[in-house]
Design a protein around this ligand. Structure first.
Ligand code: SF4
Length: 494
C-alpha cells in the first residue's frame, strides 16, 4: 500500500481541506504515515495570506527537494492557496514539485496521482468549480469509509460556504479561493445530523465570510429589516440548532458588517450557540479601515458589538459573551495616531484574544498600489505594544473567573501540563475559555460537558476541578469509546 503525509499551513479552511484530503487519500487506498521519510506522497497544503507563510513553504520545498534524491518515485504535491496563486510557476522553478492542486480540486487527487504513477508529466490542476460548486464532507469522499466505520470527533468543522466577495485591499483570499459559493442548506443539515448521530458534540460552521450565507435552495428566510447587510445566516443557525439540538454550535469567520440584528437575536435565542465570537476588525482607525476597504467604520463596529453584548448580558456579572479579533499592524499609511486608535479599540471592546500580524505585501492585492511605508522596526514595535495590551486583557479576564463555575466540553488530554499543576484533560467553555482539568477519571470525560470550578488562572487558560455534582455524575457514566479528534482553532485571518 502506498503511503502519504500531509503538512498543513494556515487557517481553519486549510485544516478542514486537509481532513478532506486524508479521506480522499485513504478512500483511494493510501495509508498515512507520521514521518516524512517513509512517505511515497508528500502533500503541502499551503497558505499565502502572509508573506511569512509563503517563506516557510519555500524553505520546506528546498528541504524536500534534497530529500527526494534518496526516494526515487516520491511524489511532491503543493495544494492550497499558494498552489492556486502560483500554478505553473511552481513547476518551472526546479523545486521538484510533481503536482499543483487547487482547493477546489481535492477530489481529483487520486486520479492525478494515478496519472503521474503511469508516467504522466508534472501537472497543474487549479480550476474553480464556479458552475457546480462542490463541498467535500466526511460523507462525500469517493470510496471513503462510511460514517459508521469512522470514529467520531468531539468537535469538528462543517463547511457552509467558500470564497469571498469582499476584496479587502490587503487580502489575497478572493484570488486564491474565488468568489463566494454557498452550500445548499439540505447538505449542511444532513452533515450536521450525521455528526450528531455519531457522537460529535460541537460543530463549527466554517466559511470565509461565514455570516454572509445565502441558501442556493432558497429554503432559508432572510429577515425583512432595514439592514442592507442582513443575510440568511441567522436562519441557518436556527435550522442547524433544530436539526441537532444536542450540538454545541460555533462559527468562523464572520465579517463584522454581517453581525446584523438577526444574528444578534439568534445569539440571544439559541442555547446551544456558543457565547464567543471571533470578529476580525483589523484596525481601530477609520482612515485605515477605509484604505483596507473593510466597509464599516469604527463606530459601526462598536455599535454592533455593544448590541451583541447587550443581548447576551449575564445575570451573574461575568461577560455574557467574549470576543476575539484579528489585527494588522503597519498597514500602508498607518500613522502613530491610527495605531493608538487600534489600541484604544482593543481596550474599549475588551477583546480576550487578539491575533495580530505585521502587514506584508501580497501579490494581486489592491494594497500593492499603496506605499508600504511603515518600517519593519516600527511594525515590530507596534506589534509588541499590541500584544502587551491584549495579553494583559486576556489574563485579567481569566483572573476574574477564579472561584466561578463553568460548563466545559472536554475535548481531550491536555497537551502540556500547566506550571505547577498536572492537568490531565482540557476543553473549552461556552465563552471559549481554555480550561485545564485535574482529574484522573480517564477517557470517560472526553466528549462530555461537565461543570467545573475554576481554581487558578494562567496567561491563556484556567485550571479547574469537577464540581461535586459533576464528580457524582462522572461516577455514574459508563466508559465509552472514542476515536481521533481534532479541535477547531481560532482564526488567523477571516
Ligand atoms: S480579509 Fe476576509 S473578508 Fe476581507 S477579502 Fe480577505 S477573506 Fe474576504
Amino acid at each position: 500500500m502506498k503511503s502519504y503525509r500531509i503538512a498543513t499551513f494556515g487557517c481553519q479552511m486549510n485544516v478542514h481541506d486537509s481532513d478532506r484530503m486524508h479521506e480522499v487519500m485513504q478512500g483511494a487506498g493510501f495509508s498515512e504515515v507520521e514521518a516524512e521519510e517513509g512517505a511515497d506522497v508528500i502533500i503541502l497544503n499551503t497558505c499565502s495570506v502572509r508573506e511569512k507563510a509563503e517563506q516557510k513553504l519555500r524553505s520546506e520545498l528546498g528541504k524536500l527537494r534534497q530529500g527526494k534524491a534518496g526516494h526515487p518515485g516520491r511524489v511532491l504535491v503543493v495544494a492550497g492557496c499558494v498552489a492556486q496563486q502560483e500554478g505553473e510557476k511552481l513547476l518551472s522553478r526546479g523545486l521538484g514539485v510533481d503536482l499543483v492542486i487547487g482547493p477546489d480540486n481535492i477530489r481529483e487527487l487520486p486520479l492525478l496521482l494515478h496519472d503521474l504513477a503511469s508516467g504522466g508529466l508534472p501537472t497543474v490542476r487549479t480550476v474553480f468549480d464556479l458552475d457546480a460548486p462542490q463541498f467535500l464532507t466526511s460523507y462525500g469522499a469517493p470510496s471513503a469509509p462510511s460514517p459508521s466505520e469512522r470514529p467520531s470527533a468531539v468537535s469538528t468543522f462543517v463547511t457552509t460556504m467558500k470564497g469571498c466577495n469582499e476584496r479587502c485591499t490587503f487580502c489575497i483570499v478572493p484570488t486564491t479561493r474565488g468568489p463566494e459559493r454557498y452550500r445548499p442548506s439540505d447538505e449542511i443539515l444532513a452533515e450536521v445530523r450525521g455528526l450528531a448521530e455519531r457522537g460529535t458534540r460541537e460543530v463549527t460552521l466554517l466559511g470565509q465570510t461565514v455570516n454572509s450565507y445565502t441558501d442556493p435552495l432558497g429554503c432559508m428566510e432572510k429577515p425583512s429589516g432595514a439592514d442592507p447587510d442582513e443575510s440568511e445566516f441567522a436562519a441557518l443557525l436556527r435550522a442547524v440548532s433544530k436539526e441537532a439540538p444536542s450540538l454545541r454550535l460555533r462559527y468562523t469567520s464572520p465579517h463584522p458588517r454581517h453581525l446584523t440584528p438577526s444574528l444578534i437575536a439568534a445569539h440571544a435565542e439559541l442555547p446551544g450557540l456558543c457565547r464567543h465570537v471571533h470578529l476580525p476588525v483589523q484596525s481601530g482607525s477609520d482612515r485605515v479601515l477605509k484604505r483596507m476597504l473593510r466597509r464599516y467604520t469604527r463606530a459601526e463596529f462598536e455599535a454592533r458589538v455593544a448590541a451583541l453584548k447587550a443581548a447576551m448580558k449575564s445575570q451573574d456579572g461575568t461577560p455574557g459573551v467574549t470576543l476575539s479579533t484579528d489585527i494588522i499592524v503597519g498597514f500602508p499609511g498607518e500613522t502613530d495616531e491610527d495605531f493608538e486608535q487600534t489600541l484604544s479599540l482593543i481596550e474599549a471592546v475588551g477583546f480576550v484574544g487578539v491575533f495580530a500580524f505585521k502587514y506584508s505585501e501580497r501579490p494581486f492585492t489592491p494594497a500593492l498600489k499603496l506605499k508600504n511605508d511603515v518600517s519593519e522596526e516600527e511594525k515590530s514595535r507596534r506589534l509588541a505594544r499590541l500584544f502587551a495590551l491584549s495579553e494583559g486583557l486576556t489574563a485579567k479576564h481569566l483572573s476574574t473567573l477564579v472561584g466561578s463555575e463553568l460548563e466545559v466540553l472536554i475535548e481531550g488530554r491536555a497537551k502540556k501540563p500547566q506550571a505547577g499543576a498536572e492537568a490531565t484533560f482540557s476543553g473549552r467553555s461556552f465563552r471559549n475559555e481554555i480550561v485545564h482539568l485535574q482529574d484522573d477519571r480517564g477517557e470517560q470525560l472526553v466528549g462530555e460537558v461537565v461543570r467545573v470550578r475554576v481554581e487558578r488562572s494562567f496567561k491563556h487558560s484556567v485550571l479547574a476541578s469537577l464540581t461535586p455534582e459533576a464528580v457524582a455524575q462522572a461516577g455514574r457514566s459508563a466508559p465509552k469509546e472514542r476515536g481521533a479528534r481534532r479541535l477547531p482553532m481560532l482564526s488567523a485571518a477571516d
